[in-house]
Design a protein around this ligand. Structure first.
Ligand SMILES: [Zn+2]
Length: 170
């Protein structure tokens, strides 16, 4: 089940990230962080709050959503991607017991086509990259999540956890 549902709860930010990545891969859409508040800032002295969540509020928006105010104000760089004012978003808020982040509202209907850069042929790693990933995971025990982020930052390839599992199984 890759579609996210209202009220779905997460007790760990890694699990939340995995689910969002899974959904992004399935739907071939990309969400970016639009707004957030950290637990550190909102509850600095609360010893009961689940700090594995990192955020007390997290708002994700489709990459093709409306521009944030800051980027409109500076206007320095024109984004290469089309801004379509896509209404899709996912909001997470801390539960009353402060032990989980729950989806408090969401809209998964996009007003545009899927993104080509999530297609398997586009996210496929070169042989050299694959060997490096396999070594990092199998020999050095690096976190798969960290590797996924690093690959994305370096090459904009959005590999999934499954892709990494496949690479490491070779
Ligand atoms: Zn969209």
């Amino acid at each position: 089940m890759a579609f996210l549902v209202l009220g779905e709860k997460f007790t760990d930010l890694d699990d939340l990230n995995d689910r969002v990545t899974e959904h992004e891969t399935e739907a071939q859409q990309i969400y970016i962080v639009r707004n957030y508040c950290t637990i550190e800032k909102q509850y600095p002295n609360d010893t009961r709050v689940n700090r594995k969540l990192v955020y007390s509020v997290l708002q994700l928006r489709c990459k093709h959503g409306p521009k944030s105010r800051e980027s409109q104000a500076t206007g320095l760089r024109k984004s290469r991607s089309l801004k379509l004012n896509c209404p899709a978003f996912i909001n997470f808020t801390l539960s009353k017991d402060r032990q989980s982040l729950a989806i408090s509202s969401l809209n998964l209907d996009h007003n545009h086509e899927n993104f080509y850069d999530t297609l398997p042929e586009v996210r496929r790693l070169s042989e050299k990259e694959s060997r490096k990933v396999a070594r990092l995971v199998n020999d050095l025990g690096s976190s798969k999540r960290k590797i996924m982020i690093e690959i994305y930052e370096n090459s904009k390839k959005r590999v999934t956890r499954k892709d990494i599992d496949n690479i490491c199984a070779i």
